[in-house]
Design a protein around this ligand. Sequence first.
Ligand code: FAQ
Length: 356
Amino acid sequence: MYGNDFPGADEGSATGLLDQVEAAEADLRAAAVRGLAASGSPGADSDLQEYFDAVIGADQKIEPRDWMPDSYRKTLIRQIAQHAHSEIIGMQPEGNWISRAPSLKRKAILLAKVQDEAGHGLYLYAAAETLGVTRDELVDLLFEGRQKYSSIFNYPTLTWADVGAIGWLVDGAAIVNQVPLCRCSYGPYARAMIRVCKEESFHQRQGYEILHTLSHGTPAQKAMAQDAIDRWWYPSLAMFGPPDADSTHSAQSMAWKIKRFSNDELRQRFVDMCVQQAEILGLGLPDPELRWNEQRQAHDFTQPDYTELMRVISGDGPCNRQRMDHRRRAHAEGAWVREAAAAYAAKQAARAEVAA
Ligand code: FAQ
């Protein structure tokens, strides 16, 4: 189970998703070369809103230097910050298993994976900073409860198989959600997403490989893998957000080409992708209603419990308090690192000034 091990290279498969990331990357480069010549650039008196709409309409990128409506900026800050907080808090459930991984090799892989998530958080905070906020401000907003992080990270990791289920299902859902974000209209977010998706695809494979190994091990190991999938399936489906009818931001975010597909469209895509992969794992998905619908050319499935999603989002999930306490503690304990880095940067800047 290494390398290009997911079956098929169609739209929904993981290999197909990686192809889509590469296509998005090529389009980003082409858009940069093409510039805005086609729509012209705004003169002193031209209508900035009209120019913004033209850039979005022509599938070009809005860059930090460009004028943008305040509500576009606020929506991006909200989504990118929530995404960044999720990557950092998302280190906790798997970090819980670094010291208990079953072998040195598993430990090294998991350590690298969790470090990657830290890196994703950093790219995303940096992308958010291009919109005129600082990382400190965003972290304060999280601590004050005014910004969110993904519901999924409020569930506990009870066994080693949960590390496999997080890789396969949580990183899998993250990729399905994030591949379209590689085509987001805001340049810095789209560029960050390309790198993040390439790494997430590796993460998904490592989770899948853990589950494959367990599923082909002893009956107890196979049962442990099945139990993990049973517990992570519906929370993973809920990651895509409320159903379209209840989604506050989708319509506007899609009009601005921040989001390219609705929450329900992406959830459906994820289910269709997982069914075939579960068969190859030799494990089941815990939904008796799951079946192929010939007419829709998609699987029918049971929706996650959206009341539970709203409860978890509002702070009442199994691990919300623990995650936030840990995040606060880690931030406080890391203060000396931030101070040392700032002192070093100031010293370097002073030296550069003397040399100039
Ligand atoms: N959890 O109107 P919509 C990862 C909120 S990264 C918490 O539909 P929108 C990698 C939403 O903010 C996972 N809150 O919102 C990894 C809004 O509240 P607000 C994170 C949620 O923005 C793997 C309200 O509900 N990924 O897993 C959730 O159009 C393993 C109404 O919702 C991203 O952040 C939820 N599940 O669509 C790391 C991707 N769903 O702000 C470590 C980028 C909804 O008005 C280990 N984000 N809400 O108070 C997005 O694509 C979108 O923001 C959605 C939500 C799809 C999450």
